[in-house]
Design a protein around this ligand. Structure first.
Ligand code: BES
Ligand code: MN
Ligand code: MN
Length: 462
């Protein structure tokens, strides 16, 4: 891969300026106000794939945002790698907490990123990581060093639950046929401790609405007698966990995969510094499920968290009001064998059952997804391990992550293909938060590592 690697070194500055252009387009999938920008981003990705050397590139319209498909078939008898990524991003809110505008990328040095990091929404999740694949492919194509067939599927709805991707996969099984799916949309432990992600949590996401009296009331005139839906919803939510931070929904843990003691011991060998963790977040203590370490709490254990809560008067100053309604958005991260449908149903019936008769409760499910675990005793994993060892000088550690990429289990179900999660971000890169950034070290390391994945995978697969 000598030529590929020198091509990368020679074109580094351009690779960065092209990413900056991509990051300037606000492809927020959740907000219809940005739908033209989302479309423009799909076109940007399309041209990038064409310029990089794909023989065929298509933009597929869906009921939501478009999917970009590209391919370069060298020889049908060779193995095929399908690269998946997403060009959509999370909303930038709260915008006032950004040090620079979210869609005007700037490069700044940080303690963790002494070579500089690019600050912009989507820089790490996932435009930066997705674009590494386009550039790695360009380098291989320009150097005549593409060792196998390459397909790209870059979608625009990951951050809103990939609602139209399942149908697209079902309808295009032939087109998408491949031997492995390769994704860079996760993190490494740190820039000197490489890791390959071998597990993702699933997700069940619900919205609850608690309704008391038919209108907002004077909190003096009616307060004391009429049930306050905000108070009541808070009590109900608080009861969903006990003093050990165990979730109290009956049946919630019934199908939770029991991880063996050996695997837990192994998992906890990964470097983790609790003091640094707390210092970074400026918290004095953590507050997780009793009996588990932080690494376990954030990977092999399910969670229940309020993501947003509102109701009553939230404007300036004080308004005395007994609100008619209260609302909350609640996410439950799931582990293998828990299914989103089943957990959503358990949540719904439990939440309805604990409501006092002074209020009415409505539970609305949002998108969800299955957890995923990927084995390490496969050539697919092996190739990632070898590629990272090549560029980091160290063997990566297999590690389960707490985040969710619901389509991973879908690829297995629909296409019958295993996924390799070779991500290059850092957990501290503030994805989904203000001041999201991506290290230049990480961007270039990804571009350098990906061609080795293709090389080793093709060799091992023979
Ligand atoms: N790339 C993330 C998932 C991720 C981040 C996995 C870091 C592992 C480490 C992805 O874009 C994401 O944000 N997924 C959502 C789920 C989706 C259904 C909205 C998530 O995890 O909240
Ligand atoms: Mn992502
Ligand atoms: Mn995301």
């Amino acid at each position: 891969m000598k030529n590929t690697q020198s091509y990368i070194q020679e074109n580094k500055d351009r690779f960065l300026s092209e990413l900056i252009e991509l990051l300037k387009i606000p492809s927020v999938s959740a907000d219809p106000a940005f739908s033209e920008d989302v479309k423009a981003t799909a076109q940007f990705v399309k041209s990038s794939l064409e310029n990089a050397g794909c023989d065929l590139v298509e933009v597929h319209a869906t009921a939501g945002h478009p999917i970009v498909y590209g391919e370069k078939i060298i020889d049908p008898s060779l193995p095929t790698v399908l690269v998946y990524g997403h060009y959509d991003v999370q909303p930038a809110d709260p915008i006032e907490l950004w040090d620079s505008p979210p869609f005007e990328p700037v490069i700044k040095k940080t303690d963790i990123h002494p070579d500089g990091a690019i600050f912009a929404r989507g820089s790490c999740d996932d435009k930066g990581q997705m674009f590494m694949h386009v550039k790695a492919f360009e380098a291989m194509a320009a150097s005549n060093e593409i060792p196998c067939n390459v397909k790209f599927m870059i979608e625009g709805e990951e951050e809103v639950g990939s609602v139209n991707l399942g149908k697209f996969c079902e309808e295009n099984k032939e087109k998408l046929a491949c031997d492995v799916v390769l994704i860079s949309d996760t993190s490494v432990i740190s820039n000197d401790v490489p890791s390959v992600t071998v597990g993702l949590r699933g997700l069940s996401y619900v919205e609850v609405e608690v309704t008391g009296p038919n209108r907002d009331l004077h909190s003096g005139v009616y307060g004391g007698a009429v049930g306050n839906p905000v108070n009541i919803m808070c009590e109900m939510i608080a009861s969903l966990k006990d003093e050990n931070n165990h979730i109290t929904i009956p049946g919630f843990y019934d199908n939770v995969e029991v991880v063996s003691t050996e695997e837990r011991v192994e998992m906890n060998k990964a470097p983790f510094n609790l003091e640094k963790y707390k210092e970074d977040l400026e918290i004095d203590a953590i507050d997780g499920e009793k009996g588990y370490t932080v690494l376990e709490q954030t990977s092999i254990r399910p969670t229940l968290d309020v993501n947003g809560i509102w109701g009553g008067y939230i404007g300036e100053g004080a308004k005395t009001v007994l609100p008619s309604q209260a609302f909350a958005k609640i996410s439950m991260r799931l582990v293998p064998n828990q299914t989103p449908d089943e957990i959503t149903e358990l949540f719904k019936s439990h939440f309805e059952s604990i409501a006092p008769s002074s209020v009415k409760v409505k539970v609305t499910p949002h998108h969800g997804g299955d957890a995923a675990v990927t084995p390490t005793d496969t050539v697919e994993y092996q190739a990632a391990s070898m590629a990272m060892e090549q560029t980091y000088g160290k063997k990566p550690i297999p590690q389960r992550s707490g985040g969710s990429i619901p389509i991973v289990s879908l690829f297995e179900k629909v296409l019958g293909t295993k996924t390799v999660l070779m991500g290059f971000g850092l957990d501290s890169d503030s994805i989904h938060s203000p001041n999201e950034h991506y290290g230049l070290f990480n961007y270039y390391k990804g571009i350098e590592t990906i061609p080795y994945y293709f090389k080793y995978y093709s060799e091992l697969k023979k």
